[in-house]
Design a protein around this ligand. Structure first.
Ligand SMILES: *Cc1c(COP(=O)(O)O)cnc(C)c1O
Length: 229
């Protein structure tokens, strides 16, 4: 079932790219495997997928040893400062940097381990109270601050759009994240890039792709509904 779902998601990504005049190679599919067992991740791996997203450090720690070492783990959930040291040597990208204090903690732990850690800034474009993330106004300042941290590599922005019945309702949110990235890019800040836009989930990834997403994070559409115990 996982392999079929992946094929259908990949087809839809291609179609959305073609409609937007984009090269599908520009869009990375991140299979969001949170709450799902290693056996299902393995099915996705065998179908050719390599990028997986988790929202808890503990789950990355539990799962990574049970899978081939070329799996790329993406940390997409809220990151507590006391967990930073457990994830920076396992995740290829942390999507959820949302405060100066968290950035400073990653910088300090990365320096200790001699790593350069790739990050995105999480922006709460929709302004939902329930979500983590910087405001649109705060993001450029944090980009400046991060550019001065030698063990951090800022690569772009991430947002989680609201759950909506009609994905078109999120178009404006994706457009604003893109605009913000262009805005930050135009400041020509040293040592950062705005190449990555991580936006779009099972319900709205086609709209996100048409607005410039370079990473889509898809869980339910690949692994089915999640059960939280
Ligand atoms: C769970 C999650 C997803 C995937 O959501 P689906 O609707 O199942 O595709 C994407 N991004 C983040 C940050 C998540 O926590």
């Amino acid at each position: 079932m996982v392999a079929e779902n992946i094929k259908s998601v990949r087809d839809r990504i291609q179609t959305a790219c073609r409609a937007a005049g984009r090269d599908p190679a520009e869009v990375t599919l991140i299979c969001v495997s949170k709450t799902k067992p290693v056996s299902l991740i393995r099915e996705a791996y065998d179908a050719g997928e390599r990028a997986f997203g988790e929202n808890k450090v503990q789950e990355i720690q539990d799962k990574y040893l049970g899978l081939p070492s070329d799996v790329q783990w993406h940390m997409i959930g809220h990151l507590q400062r006391n967990k930073v040291r457990h994830v920076i040597d396992k995740a290829v990208l942390i999507h959820s940097v949302d405060s100066l204090r968290l950035a400073q903690e990653i910088e300090a732990e990365a320096a200790k381990k001699g790593l350069r850690v790739s990050i995105l800034l999480e922006v709460n474009v929709a302004g939902e109270d329930s979500k983590y993330g910087l405001t649109v106004e705060e993001a450029p300042k944090l980009a400046q601050d991060v550019s001065m941290m030698p063990h951090l590599s800022l690569k772009g922005l991430m947002t989680i759009a609201p759950f909506v019945d009609d994905p078109e309702k999120n178009r404006e949110i994706f457009r604003r994240l893109k605009e913000l990235s262009v805005d930050i890019q135009s400041k020509s800040i040293d040592n950062i890039s705005m190449d990555i836009l991580s936006m779009g989930m099972t319900n709205d990834y086609e709209v996100a792709i048409s607005e410039g997403a370079t990473m889509v994070r898809i869980g339910t559409g690949i692994f089915g509904e999640r059960q939280y115990l």
